[in-house]
Design a protein around this ligand. Structure first.
Ligand code: SF4
Ligand code: SF4
Length: 390
């Protein structure tokens, strides 16, 4: 009987013997190893991490390569092998800094949805590690980031907004100037800014619309930290409260504005006493938790309460709230690989249909745009929750 292990060992031994023999015989170009080393670890390729980031850099060491997190990553599942997922991201963090550049394709395919984190028994902060590596790339070579996102850079240079030229809005709302309504860069270009003034009036929110400001939240997500055109202007207005309609701005403003400024999400300004909509009880609505609003900012019950008060039949995805899957809109994936982002949102639409929903409701402009595209040929409607209020 042939012993397989013995055969394999003999084959490896033989292979190594002939390989090393061949290497020693074939003449090779001599390299100056010291110069090569210096070139690889040149000063401008090494960036220091901030003291508060060091713990995160070493957090990857807790990874035991157990293989539990890849199961939680929808983007990896639909990437057709382009993105190897969270386990691989944790492994990338263990490389030397200059190698982060060669891993950037992996870093930028993560949507920063953070769904893999609750799945990790070792509590590895996988999405945070991947995010930090993007920032590292920008710190050592901002041109690399702009090379990957040329349209974002062009729009920033031309309009001070990563999406393009802001729409002109007539009127500023009826509000107090110390409470600002902040729509964010994307909504000012691709959304319907005028409608938000109408919604604020409808729900009794007295606030003044602020334009020409990007909080830099979506730019942070591609690593471009510190780029937030006009944020100083917002601070100069000395507001007491900023109400935002974008989950990414909500996350970013909470971190960037001083504690004295209250940052609220639009759903928190919706009054409690909502009347049921006529005919709503015959419509099955499924709520998609935007990752930055739900998992990152903890706002999960309020939207569901509003849907129920409006009288709709609320159905749920098989995994929701803290375990909700992403729509592909986070982390700048919609800029980096829009087709892959759409494949992720397609999965959400398919599951919503499977759960018997007639309408998908969410409260994020990016989730809305992606899922509306993905559902274009379906009979299922996709709406923002605030659209149901007007
Ligand atoms: S944060 Fe989301 S996209 Fe990124 S690795 Fe984790 S599950 Fe995948
Ligand atoms: S679940 Fe945690 S420990 Fe397991 S492979 Fe993923 S990061 Fe590593």
């Amino acid at each position: 009987m042939i012993d397989g292990k013995r055969l394999k060992a003999l084959w490896v031994l033989g292979y190594n013997f002939w390989f090393h023999l061949a290497r020693s015989i074939i003449p090779r170009r001599k390299e100056n190893q010291a110069e090569k080393f210096k070139g690889y670890f040149r000063k401008d390729w090494i960036s220091s991490f901030r003291p508060e980031e060091i713990g995160l850099v070493y957090n990857f060491e807790k990874c035991t390569v157990c293989g539990l997190c890849p199961e939680a990553c929808l983007p990896a599942a639909v990437s057709a092998g382009k993105f190897l997922g969270p386990e691989h991201l944790a492994a990338c963090a263990g490389r030397s800094q200059p190698q982060y550049i060669s891993d950037l394709d992996d870093f930028f395919r993560c949507t920063l949805c953070a769904r893999c984190e609750p799945a990790c028994p070792e509590e590895v902060k996988i999405s945070e590690i991947g995010w930090l590596m993007r920032k590292w790339i920008f710190r050592v070579d901002p041109s690399k980031t702009w090379e990957i996102f040329p349209a974002v850079k062009k729009n920033l240079d031309q309009f001070g907004n990563p999406f393009g030229k802001e729409q002109v809005v007539l009127g500023k709302g009826s509000g107090k100037s110390d409470r600002l309504l902040f729509l964010g860069c994307r909504e000012m270009v691709k959304g319907e800014p005028g409608k938000w003034i109408g919604l604020a009036e409808k729900i009794g929110l007295s606030a003044e619309l602020v334009s020409g400001v990007c909080c830099g939240g979506l730019l942070d997500e591609i690593g471009a930290e510190g780029v937030h055109p006009g944020l100083e202007k917002l601070l100069e207005a000395n507001p007491k409260e900023v109400v935002t309609v974008c989950p990414h701005c909500f996350y970013s403003l909470r971190r960037k504005l001083p504690e004295s400024v209250k940052v609220k999400f639009i759903l928190e300004a919706v009054p409690e006493n909502l009347a049921a909509r006529p005919g709503a009880n015959s419509v099955k609505v499924i709520y998609h938790d935007p990752c930055f609003l739900g998992r990152r900012m903890g706002l999960m019950d309020q939207p569901r309460a509003i849907i129920s008060k409006l009288g709709y039949q609320l159905v749920e995805f098989s995994q929701n709230k803290n375990l909700a899957e992403c729509c592909g809109g986070g982390g700048g994936l919609f800029w980096y690989d829009p087709e892959m982002a759409e494949r992720v949102s397609r999965k959400r639409v398919e599951e919503a249909k499977k759960m018997g929903a007639e309408m998908i409701v969410t409260e994020c402009g990016l989730c809305l745009e992606l899922m509306q595209k993905a559902a274009a040929k379906d009979k299922i409607e996709v709406k923002r929750l605030t659209e149901l209020l007007v």
